[in-house]
Ligand binder design. Structure first.
Ligand SMILES: Cc1cc2nc3c(=O)[nH]c(=O)nc-3n(C[C@H](O)[C@H](O)[C@H](O)COP(=O)(O)OP(=O)(O)OC[C@H]3O[C@@H](n4cnc5c(N)ncnc54)[C@H](O)[C@@H]3O)c2cc1C
Length: 550
């Protein structure tokens, strides 16, 4: 969620403020399908497979000597810069965007002071099994356990950086299903009311601001508006990179001990999507912002330096935010007005099921005037992202002031949520065949009466009737957030080549690094992407220091 946007009314408590905020809809992905057909690529190969010509030495106006040079200043890059600087390594972070790059709010770890204060404990072995199950076992278990065992230290380090100016809360919006429950290890860091040290009120913008300031305070340097275009090699070793600055000039940045790639994912490059994660091309909306930064630059530069990619299909991370921020678990119908899934499931599963509908990337959640109470009665046994507010704090009860009604009212006003006195009228507004929707709703009501969903097996206690006008149809659909796949690394974050040998001097952290995810994004612990980014950044910094010290 964009914690940076000002709410219409000022709230002292940032968590409260974010409940009353409506989020800008993600942009439509331009020309993806035209650009990225596999047939086209087959004819001429993927364009990224051919390295560009090296930058002419005469164009390089300056050389900046550092011990560590980081490519990319998102959460992983800033965390790497912050940790390396803290450890006394002379570090520069080079970022192509003009400002802080961050999105979302959740940070996941497997244990923390906040969890212990809430009496929450995660069974790590069970968590590992669940993670691998969702990822189709395509996981480097050493990396998984690195995350499991070190994410707590990463979170506590962040909290420590924020000190008395921030607080950590535990997110309470986990999906609870009959055989699958999301884990309560998701944290939200926010600025304490009254504190003025940080500009941003909470979430990832605040985390990145904290990391940025900590990096600078420890002598690190952050260069923005500067795009890294090629890695330098001396023999086998990666020794630095060349970047194009905002003044139009090329500079060489040397990393005596390390170059760390922290360039994010490939979701903004349709060709790479087609090659590694073609399902991503079915999304019409891209939730990544600022748009166009995640073009797999680090993937490509590493590939040109001999790095090995993990095999596809890489895991897609999707959120149900393409049209609205809520979906609930009511009857879901596709664009033919027909039911297509068991709605009693988690956000990632709903996103993929909706994406796989033949004629479009959106669907409708259909409910009646009883909806608010009905959700409230069931969040304890279901809930999760896009049923509950994204800032639900652990222990919060469903209540009238949680902001959800405000959202739906605004969706009614802007036409995202349609309202009608009859199902026929609702179908017309939805532009679905009237007879289909009437039949679907009748069938759904019939199964509610019988107390058994014989069509899709939804839990009986999650069935509701659609009988009390007015009736509503809320448009929802998945937006592409990130693609989790990249270069093969070891547990020190060294990038490996096709012979599984370390490419000396080259490290990868955050989404450019592969090995932790496969097939599907394990949203069983919301915020694991940020948790992983900071954990990997710290692991890289520690390894570089070890290598420096021999
Ligand atoms: C809407 C949305 C909400 C999300 N919410 C959450 C959440 O709540 N919790 C969570 O865990 N995850 C969330 N995510 C996912 C999360 O934002 C990313 O997975 C995470 O930011 C990855 O961090 P990163 O540093 O690896 O990559 P990025 O944040 O993408 O940063 C990479 C940086 O590298 C820079 N870069 C790229 N190429 C170059 C180059 N050639 N030269 C210089 N710089 C370069 C980019 O400009 C960018 O700043 C969300 C994603 C989206 C889209």
């Amino acid at each position: 969620m964009d914690m940076d946007k000002k709410p219409e009314k000022e709230y002292e408590d940032p968590i409260e403020a974010s409940k009353h905020r409506i989020i800008g809809m993600p942009p439509t992905i331009p020309n993806y399908k035209e650009i990225a057909t596999a047939e086209r690529a087959k004819k001429r190969g993927w364009s990224w497979e051919t390295p560009p010509a090296p930058i002419d030495e005469s164009l390089i106006v300056e050389t900046i000597e550092k011990e560590v040079a980081v490519v990319g200043g998102g959460i992983a890059g800033l965390a790497a810069g912050a940790r390396c600087s803290e450890l006394g390594l002379k570090t520069v972070v080079v970022e192509k965007y003009k400002g802080i790059v961050a999105r979302g709010a959740h940070f996941a770890c497997l244990d923390s002071s906040v969890m212990r204060a809430n009496g929450v404990h995660i069974d790590k072995a069970q968590f590992a099994r669940d993670w691998m199950h969702i990822c189709g076992s395509r996981v480097n278990e050493d990396l998984l356990w690195l995350y499991i065992n070190n994410s707590e230290a990463a979170f506590e380090w962040l909290l420590g950086i924020g000190g008395d100016d921030v607080k950590g809360n535990l997110f309470g919006g986990a999906y609870k299903g009959p055989d699958f429950t999301e884990y309560f290890g998701t944290h939200i860091i926010s600025r304490k009311p009254g504190s003025t040290k940080y500009r941003y009120t909470g979430g990832s913008m605040l985390m990145c601001e904290m990391l940025q300031n900590f990096c600078l305070d420890n002598g690190g340097e952050i260069i923005r508006n500067t795009r890294v275009v090629q890695l330098d090699r001396e023999g086998d070793r990666v020794t630095g990179f060349v970047a194009l600055g905002e003044d139009g000039k090329y500079r060489r940045y040397k990393g005596k001990y390390a170059v760390i790639l922290a360039t994010g994912d490939i979701g903004g490059d349709p060709e790479m999507l087609a090659a590694f994660c073609p399902l991503g091309l079915k999304c019409n909306k891209n939730g990544y912002f600022p748009a166009g930064l995640n073009t797999g630059d680090g993937h490509k530069m590493a590939y040109w330096a001999g790095a090995q990619f993990e095999p596809g299909s890489w895991a897609l991370s999707l959120h149900l935010i393409a049209y609205s921020m809520f979906v609930f678990y009511f009857l879901h119908v596709n664009r033919q007005g027909k039911r297509y899934m068991n709605e009693d499931t988690w956000a990632q599963a709903k996103s993929i099921r909706t994406l796989m509908q033949p004629d479009g990337d959106f669907a409708w959640s259909v409910f009646d005037d009883k909806w608010f109470e009905e959700v409230g009665e069931r969040v304890k046994i279901s809930g999760g992202q896009f049923c509950e507010p994204l800032v639900t704090i652990y222990g919060d009860e469903w209540n009238e002031d949680n902001g959800v009604k405000d959202y739906i009212d605004r969706y009614i006003q802007n036409g995202t949520c349609l309202k009608a006195d009859t199902i026929e009228e609702l179908a017309e507004k939805m532009e679905v065949p009237v007879e289909n929707l009437v039949k679907t709703v009748a069938r759904y009501n019939e199964m509610y009466e019988q107390g058994k969903d014989t069509d899709y097996g939804k839990r009986a206690e999650m069935l509701t009737s659609i009988t009390k006008p007015p009736y509503y149809a809320l448009k929802f659909g998945p937006a592409l957030l990130n693609v989790h796949g990249g270069v093969i690394i070891d547990t020190d974050m060294h990038v490996l080549d096709n012979d599984n040998k370390i490419i000396p001097g080259l490290y990868a952290v955050g989404n450019v690094a592969g090995g932790l995810y496969g097939v599907d994004y394990p949203l069983l612990l919301n915020g694991n992407s940020h948790g992983r980014a900071v954990t990997w950044a710290r692991a890289a910094a520690d390894a570089i220091l070890r290598e420096k010290n021999g």
